[in-house]
Design a protein around this ligand. Structure first.
Ligand SMILES: NC(=O)c1ccc[n+]([C@@H]2O[C@H](COP(=O)([O-])OP(=O)(O)OC[C@H]3O[C@@H](n4cnc5c(N)ncnc54)[C@H](O)[C@@H]3O)[C@@H](O)[C@H]2O)c1
Length: 246
């Protein structure tokens, strides 16, 4: 018996990095996984690797900032796998370090739309499904250490991730009476395509002496999604190699 036998998981941004690793690990522990990504090819590659290892998964080409696409994702997952137990709102984008007085409104908006509004849309439609199915679902929002501290050159990303921590608390309070939990994770710099080219510059910011690996974050995500975490709702948990302890 594995931790996620008979569970159904939606992983947004599942085509790369942390989401891809967590999707594979959920499937390896018995879950049926909907791998959603704006990059359908990336999502399909992860689904192929899950199926190749004997797991169950389905790919969706989903832009998390588009409500119709999220509705299609949630309804399509319930239809394909007969339920829904966990959504991980993991899709995210970074931003260029353009000076704030030169930054365009559309650049700002895109980062907020994907990193913050995308999590709202995922939580909204997952909560609707959990209530309809009368299942004690779990919503996990992937924030960042930049939800706790600032970072020069990343005002929209920092604002979106700070916003996610508040959103996670308020959502947890509202959904607790339905048995639905909402928690977050805040990773430091993790070796994925998102930080390509920044590795050497940010390494010294981590007292533990290394960057994070996707597995460091998916270990926490899987724990938070599991029954072992049934008393945890509201907080966003740091996984940061000491970054914010300084
Ligand atoms: N890598 C890090 O250092 C780090 C640190 C803290 C937090 N995070 C967060 O972790 C999450 C995963 O990041 P990652 O490091 O694995 O990055 P990644 O770039 O490897 O993966 C992100 C995935 O999200 C997808 N995506 C982007 N916009 C999307 C959209 N509108 N709709 C659906 N999918 C979309 C991308 O196609 C990509 O597959 C993000 O929320 C990121 O902000 C990453």
């Amino acid at each position: 018996m594995s931790r996620f036998d008979s569970k159904v998981v939606i992983m947004t941004g599942g085509g790369s990095g942390i989401g891809a690793d967590a999707a594979r690990r959920f499937a390896a522990e018995g879950a049926k996984v909907a791998v959603a990504d704006v990059n359908l090819e990336g999502a399909q590659g992860v689904v192929d690797s899950i199926r190749g290892a004997g797991g169950k998964a389905i790919a969706f080409g989903t832009n998390v900032a588009d409500e119709d696409a999220i509705i299609e994702l949630v309804e399509g997952t319930v239809e394909a796998f007969g339920g829904l137990d966990v959504i991980v709102n993991n899709a995210g984008v970074g931003e260029d370090p353009t000076p704030i007085d030169e930054r365009s409104l559309s650049d700002w908006q895109k980062v907020i739309d994907v990193n913050l509004t995308g999590a709202f849309l995922g939580a909204k439609h997952a909560a609707k499904a959990f209530k309809a199915l009368e299942r004690p679902g779990v919503i996990i929002n992937v924030a960042s250490i930049l939800g706790v501290v600032g970072f020069k050159g990343a005002p929209a990303y920092t604002a979106a991730k700070h916003g996610l921590l508040g959103f996670t608390k308020a959502t947890a309070l509202e959904l607790a009476e339905f048995g639905i939990r909402c928690v977050g994770v805040s990773p430091a710099f993790i070796r994925t395509p998102l930080i390509e080219g920044m590795e050497d510059a940010v390494l010294p910011l981590h007292p533990i002496g290394r960057l994070g690996e996707p597995k460091d974050v998916s270990d926490l995500i899987l724990f938070l999604a599991s029954d072992e975490a049934s008393f945890l709702t509201g907080p966003t948990y740091l996984v940061d190699g000491g970054y914010t302890a300084q």
